[in-house]
Design a binder for this molecule. Structure first.
Ligand code: GRG
Length: 311
């Protein structure tokens, strides 16, 4: 194992643990100023959905990109926690019977199975809303203008033109709103759908470090290109896991994409070509980081980790 890979794993571990602590504090029983009460059942479902699990890749990307600009760790972690709340909400809603209808997530029953559907919907809503509360707090950045830029970017990544829009396109491709028959999408259409559904939040994670660090336009652009490549790599690697992984190791059902007739790049390209594409994306991600030189080693390792997590 290379030194940089060891350092990467240790950073991933510490970011995951700090994020866990921060999320647990944000989801404490005591209401925050301006809140009236935090109903116990809702809070319990929100904690269940966001604590004890998850690789915390998105917060890691915020920290690693923020580190390039000397962003204090606590600020990156707060922004990362806001992003993770949105990611966790998306998983809760994605698992619902009306969406992917999954029973297991992160090795245990999905939120609607552990509680009930109405509570799961509200827990997702609560996590999403809390994310924006957190992102506007001065602990993220003392300057309101920086926070406004961050919140705007987060909303656009998560909303109609990002993750939520991508989810709709995905369901549409499954034939959910028409005749029930999956629609064959070409490679470009799958890429566009995935860039919205999963890529947008990952790309935002990289942009967040640049926003908090007041990066130049050129630096921001380099991180955008890196984030886009990592987003694509993440999706291909996730699709490969669905094809090749076993459910116990995955912590959720495997083989669901093919069963649902989901349009994936692995389905179009085949496993071998998809693996080659993945390799190319890791190189592309590394090349985008050239302006940062050795300082970007953690981000280079992150791209590798994302691509290789199925192995
Ligand atoms: C329901 C609004 C709404 C959106 C759902 C992101 C998404 C859109 C659905 C998630 C379904 C899914 C499995 C997508 C593939 C990529 C993905 C987001 C995988 C899970 O992310 P990880 O691996 O999960 O980072 P952990 O558990 O480590 O946090």
């Amino acid at each position: 194992m290379s030194v940089s890979h060891e350092a990467f794993l240790s950073l991933l571990k510490s970011v995951a643990s700090d994020t866990e602590t921060m999320l647990s504090e944000l989801l404490a029983q005591a209401p925050a100023a301006g809140e009236r009460d935090r109903p116990a059942r809702l809070l319990e479902a929100m904690r269940y959905s966001s604590l004890s699990g998850g690789k915390r890749i998105r917060p890691l990307l915020v920290v690693a990109s923020g580190d390039l600009f000397g962003v204090p760790r606590r600020r990156s972690l707060m922004a990362g926690a806001a992003l993770e709340l949105i990611h966790c909400y998306s998983l809760v809603h994605d698992d619902l019977p009306a969406m992917d209808n999954d029973d297991m997530r992160r090795g245990r029953p999905t939120t609607h199975k552990a509680f009930d559907e109405a509570t799961a919907i509200l827990a997702g809503d609560g996590l999403l809303t809390l994310a924006f509360d957190v992102a506007t707090r001065p602990a993220v950045h003392p300057e309101a203008e920086v926070r406004v830029t961050l919140v705007g970017a987060l909303a656009r990544a998560a909303g109609v033109g990002g993750m939520v829009g991508g989810q709709l396109l995905d369901l549409d491709a499954e034939g959910r709103f028409a005749d029930g028959k999956p629609r064959a999408l070409d490679e470009a259409a799958i890429g566009a759908l995935q860039a919205m559904k999963t890529g947008a939040l990952l790309q935002f994670a990289c942009a967040a470090g640049a926003i908090l660090g007041k990066a130049s336009a050129a630096e921001r652009d380099a991180l955008d290109r890196y984030g886009a490549s990592v987003g694509k790599a993440f999706q291909i690697s996730d699709d490969l896991l669905d094809v090749e992984g076993d459910s116990a190791a995955l912590g959720k059902a495997a083989g669901k994409d093919a069963a649902a007739g989901k349009a994936t790049l692995v389905g179009i390209l085949g496993v071998e070509t998809a693996r080659a594409r993945l390799k190319g994306l890791v190189s592309e991600a590394g090349a985008a980081l050239a302006p940062f030189g050795e300082r970007a080693q953690t981000l280079v390792e992150t791209a590798r980790f994302v691509a290789e997590r199925g192995k």
